[in-house]
Design a binder for this molecule. Structure first.
Ligand code: F42
Length: 147
């Protein structure tokens, strides 16, 4: 994986611990959102301000080998920080969905393409629809494709 740089764990303990357990077990443990049974992936980005390596668990929404990354942050009014990292460094992203991470490039989706992938995301994780209601922003949706 080409994402070298200083890893900065999340300040959120439950997130930091999920990343550590997922990586240590090669994706065999801590691979769901708490006890929902719904699968997650670990997304590595590069800080657009710090240049540090950041790792973020996100819901696993995959179709035809491509993944959609939904910047919902639980319906918060602001985008998550990792959104800004993807916008600044779209070619410095990796996804771990199982034993090993792989490099991806990402692009933000709009229009009909966004609607298609948004429907796939809500099918995989219905709470996204509630978050969209709650957030006073259009939740950004990115498509990640292997490089
Ligand atoms: N979040 C989602 O948005 N979507 C999901 O589908 C999702 C699923 C999920 C499943 C399991 C789980 O454990 C967590 C899940 N989360 C999901 C939560 C997700 O992992 C993140 O915690 C959440 O989206 C918030 O992301 P965040 O990047 O805002 O995290 C904060 C807490 C954070 O790490 N802040 C850092 C800090 O020091 O305060 C900064 C992080 C950063 O990237 N900084 C950038 C830098 O340069 O280093 C600057 C970014 C900027 O603002 O310019």
């Amino acid at each position: 994986m080409t994402l070298d740089g200083e890893y900065e764990p999340s300040p959120a303990q439950w997130v930091r611990e999920q990343v550590e357990t997922y990586e240590r077990s090669g994706g065999k443990e801590a691979n769901t959102l708490r006890d929902t049974g719904l699968p997650i992936v670990i997304v590595t980005t590069v800080g657009n301000k710090s240049g540090k390596v950041r790792k973020t668990p996100l819901m696993r929404v995959e179709h035809g080998g491509e993944y959609v990354l939904v910047a919902s942050k639980g319906g918060a009014p602001e985008h998550p920080s990792w959104y800004h990292n993807l916008v600044a460094n779209p070619d410095r992203v990796a996804i771990q969905d199982g034993p090993e991470p792989f490099d991806v490039k990402v692009r933000e989706l709009t229009g009909e393409e966004r609607e298609l992938w948004w429907s796939r995301a809500v099918a995989a994780f219905p709470p996204y629809a509630e978050y969209a209601e709650r957030a006073s922003r259009l939740i950004p949706v990115f498509l990640a494709s292997r490089r």
